[in-house]
Design a protein around this ligand. Structure first.
Ligand code: PMP
Length: 356
């Protein structure tokens, strides 16, 4: 039986993506060859990466606005250093918002390159909120933020308007909600939440922000080289890119980001309502900054842990344990998680109330 998969990433993908990608491994496009054994330069694979790059731009509403989509490797973590390499001038500075483990990971790498101003941090409260009312130095080379904090369950609902390049790590909420994506100059995201399996990283770049640092950038870390090579500077990770294409096609067929956003809002409303109603539980993020993707919550009485854990496991739920730095539970509800799975979890929470 298929589990209700609340894993934080890698995570649930649409069932049809599992089926079609399995088929492509056995016999890709009826070619008599596996997707895994063809050249990345073959017509069949070039068509895959081209369609995937175009679909990203289309779904984000960025057509004709000077953006290029790249499928790189090295995870979102490699972007932590590619961003300063490509945007921070020699003797320049960068501004960062510190909203959690991943944001501070990005800050750590930027510090290697030059002055890194942390404009605000929510570390004082174990990152359970999004700082607001901060000011961003106008002479910074760029501002970097993290739209959704996978571990702590917070999400930025608004983004600052800045006159410097705006860079955002959208690893855990890309394609989940409508935003004016043209506000951002670089968006990056590891594939393994809303887009596909681990192994490729999506980077969407407004080309005009590149080439201004005066730095010598190693080729593999140079966005301009990747753009020039049409995202094939070296052998791309063919399988994650193909599975990402299937997920993007699935999303387009559903009605795009606006359609999935409605479903994501319904899932989040259902679960947060139960957390707020049920006297056995409390949410760990402040209400106004709650994430629709990663819902973090705790049992008020830790003695209930073994019984609750046994109940959700029995109901076919997987991946609900919280991250060690928050404790409790984390329900990751990415695009492919059906509303029915959330109802199963809510029913278990209700059943716990009548049992203890
Ligand atoms: N940023 C965010 C917001 C994440 O959630 C993660 C991974 N969970 C990362 C960065 C790191 O991604 P990767 O493992 O692809 O390097």
């Amino acid at each position: 039986m298929k589990k209700h998969n609340y894993s934080a990433g890698p995570c649930i993908l649409p069932q049809e993506v599992f089926e079609k990608s399995a088929q492509a491994i056995l016999n890709f496009n009826n070619s008599g060859l596996s997707l895994l054994e063809i050249s990345h330069r073959s017509d069949d694979f070039v068509a895959v990466i081209e369609e995937a790059r175009a679909l990203v731009i289309e779904l984000l509403g960025l057509e004709g606005k000077g953006y290029k989509a790249l499928f790189l490797s090295g995870g979102a973590s490699l972007e932590f250093l590619m961003i300063p390499y490509n945007l921070m001038k020699e003797n320049g500075k960068a501004a960062y918002l510190d909203t959690g483990t991943w944001a501070s990971g990005a800050i750590k790498e930027a510090k290697i390159f030059g002055e890194t101003v942390v404009v605000a941090s929510s570390k004082d409260k174990n990152y359970n909120y999004i700082p607001k009312g901060y000011s961003i130095p106008a002479d910074a080379d760029y501002f970097h933020c993290t739209s959704n904090n996978t571990i702590f369950g917070t999400q930025m609902k608004e983004f600052p308007s800045v006159d410097i390049p705006l860079v955002c790590d959208m690893s855990s909420d890309i394609f989940s909600r409508t935003l004016d994506f043209s506000k951002f100059d670089i968006i990056y995201a590891g594939a393994q939440k809303n887009m596909g399996p681990a192994g490729t990283t999506l980077v969407v770049i407004k080309e005009e922000v590149l080439g201004k640092t005066g730095r010598t950038i190693p080729s593999m870390l140079d966005y301009e080289k990747h753009i020039k090579a049409e995202s094939m500077y070296n052998t791309p990770p063919v399988f994650p890119i193909y599975a990402s294409l299937l997920t993007l096609q699935w999303l387009k067929k559903l009605g795009g980001i606006a359609a999935i956003e409605k479903l994501n809002n319904a899932k989040a409303a259902l679960l947060y309502a139960e957390i707020d109603r049920n006297p056995l539980f409390r949410g760990s993020a402040v209400a106004e900054d709650r994430s629709t993707m990663n819902v973090t919550f705790l049992l008020n009485n830790e003695a209930h842990t073994p019984i609750f854990d046994a109940m959700w496991a029995e109901a076919g739920i997987s991946g609900l344990s919280g991250h060690r730095s928050v404790g409790g539970y984390r329900a990751s509800m990415y695009n492919a998680l059906p509303l029915e799975s959330v109802q199963v979890l809510v029913d278990v929470m209700k059943a716990l109330e009548s049992k203890v």
